[in-house]
Design a protein around this ligand. Structure first.
Ligand SMILES: Cc1cc2nc3c(=O)[nH]c(=O)nc-3n(C[C@H](O)[C@H](O)[C@H](O)COP(=O)(O)OP(=O)(O)OC[C@H]3O[C@@H](n4cnc5c(N)ncnc54)[C@H](O)[C@@H]3O)c2cc1C
Length: 428
């Protein structure tokens, strides 16, 4: 039987494997982590609202009923398209007849990689644990701090990047400070914490129409977030963030910084031997294969795909749809049938801002506030993998909604990065 290797069991890779369920192929699914992750709710783990198992599920378990799949937990380090094989981190080579590369994306610091340790981004569960620890530790340090200025630095949280993740993080941080932690500290008032959202362009949620962007800004400000658009970050260190805007360079004393400003495609694309686009994505044909090779398909965030002459956005529905088309095209190729061109079906966009606050765009309909938030909630629970996860998330959310409490407030690892030196002098 033809051997199909799938690299990455995210949204795209999993959809491809499922589409091949009844096919006469042998599938090897390779992922460096042991779980499929529902990234749209990752910010809830980072802000202690949900625990990790609520938004993730073991890949081996998800695919256990599909007899034609073997799951390997391994890091793919390179791809040899001429030799038709992939190499793993221990040097093992795995040959394939057909390859689907669905390795997704990672953070981009626009050439300032030294900021990674100071301002973590949110992509994996490890990132979420790191951010959660930093947020909770900041309040702990503030409680211990006797110097008022340093205390304020601990109580100032900066989120860089006003896309969907930045907006969600900022809105939820305010909720933690104003509601969740109320009455738990003796030396500080968590309510006095400042949350600043810095965005380089002139509006947040730039992928949405300007009126919805404006609605989102209003809702965020109403929650208590300090939104600074048209501000480009030029420096980050352990005590502060500096940004430039029309008023010149500004310094914000802040010891907890979260990065949600840039995304770059997985570096695995480099080993495919084709020219990448500026974001490191792999250009693909309408049928989703790479130039000159109809045995290698690239899907999801790693693919620079077009549909109706427009670039396909890096979102989970697009990755799933591409996964299905790539899987069908492999079957078409095996059966000598013509290949299917990919057409992206846009079912709408949703962004949550905080408790009872969101914006939504479904076809021609645009709405915001509580109805959009309810819709967002329904959609996210519906698309979670596994019945157990849906029940867990619904019960955790119902509890959080009624009590304002967040149930996953565990601080587990030791300090590092921006918080390594809690008592360094303040910025002048
Ligand atoms: C915080 C956050 C929030 C988001 N919110 C939304 C949202 O609300 N709505 C929405 O539609 N989209 C959202 N997205 C985007 C969405 O998650 C992505 O578009 C989608 O995950 C892309 O799917 P993919 O299959 O290409 O990659 P992924 O789902 O990222 O999967 C890639 C997989 O490949 C594995 N992998 C990577 N490199 C290797 C390697 N070298 N070897 C082995 N395995 C490897 C990874 O472990 C991972 O499992 C969000 C993304 C993030 C980070």
């Amino acid at each position: 039987m033809p051997h199909v290797v799938i690299i990455g069991c995210g949204f795209g890779g999993l959809a491809a494997a499922r589409e091949l369920a009844g096919a006469d192929v042998r599938i090897t699914m390779i992922d460096r982590s042991n779980h499929h992750l529902f990234q749209p709710l990752l910010y809830q783990v980072a802000t202690a609202g949900l625990s990790a198992p609520a938004i993730s599920a073991p890949i081996r378990n998800i695919l256990s009923g599909q007899r034609n799949v073997t799951t390997l937990m391994a890091d793919v380090t390179s791809i040899d398209v001429n030799g038709k094989s992939v190499s793993l981190e221990d040097g093992t080579r795995i040959d394939y007849d057909y390859l689907i590369v669905a390795a997704g994306s990672t953070h981009s610091y626009f050439g300032r990689d030294e900021w990674a340790g100071l301002a973590p981004g949110l992509k994996t569960l490890e990132d979420a644990f790191d951010i959660r620890r930093r947020i909770l530790m900041a309040f702990e340090y503030a409680e211990r701090e006797t110097d008022e200025r340093r205390r304020q630095e601990w109580l100032t949280f900066t989120v860089i990047g006003g896309g969907a993740t930045g907006v969600e993080m900022a809105g939820t941080l305010v909720e933690i400070a104003r509601h969740t932690l109320r009455g738990e500290f003796r030396n500080i008032d968590p309510h006095s914490a400042r949350v600043v959202l810095i965005e380089g362009s002139d509006r947040i949620l730039g992928a949405y129409p300007p009126d919805l962007s404006e609605k989102a800004r209003e809702q965020l400000q109403k929650l208590g977030v300090d939104v600074r658009t048209g501000s480009r970050v030029v420096h980050i260190d352990e005590q502060c963030v500096r940004y430039a805007n029309f008023g010149g360079e500004q310094t914000l004393a802040s010891r907890t910084v979260i990065w949600s400003a840039g995304v770059a495609a997985s570096p695995l694309g480099k080993s495919l031997g084709v020219e990448l686009d500026r974001a490191g994505r792999v250009p693909v044909s309408p049928e989703l294969n790479i130039a000159g090779r109809d045995d290698v398909y690239v899907i999801g965030d790693l693919a620079a795909a077009q549909s109706d002459g427009k670039p396909v956005p890096g979102v989970s529905p697009a990755a799933k749809q591409m996964g299905r088309v790539a899987a069908r095209n492999i079957q078409n190729r095996i059966a000598n049938r013509p290949l299917q061109a990919f057409k992206y079906q846009d079912y709408g966009s949703l962004a949550t801002i905080g408790r009872k606050a969101a914006i939504a765009m479904v076809g021609k309909f645009k709405f915001s506030g509580f109805p959009a938030w309810l819709f967002w909630l329904f959609v996210h629970v519906y698309f979670l993998i596994g019945f157990r996860n849906r029940v867990m998330v619904m019960s955790d959310w119902a509890w959080a909604y009624l009590t304002f409490k967040r149930s996953a407030r565990v601080i587990s690892s030791t300090m590092h990065g921006k918080q390594e030196t809690p008592h360094k002098p303040s910025v002048e």
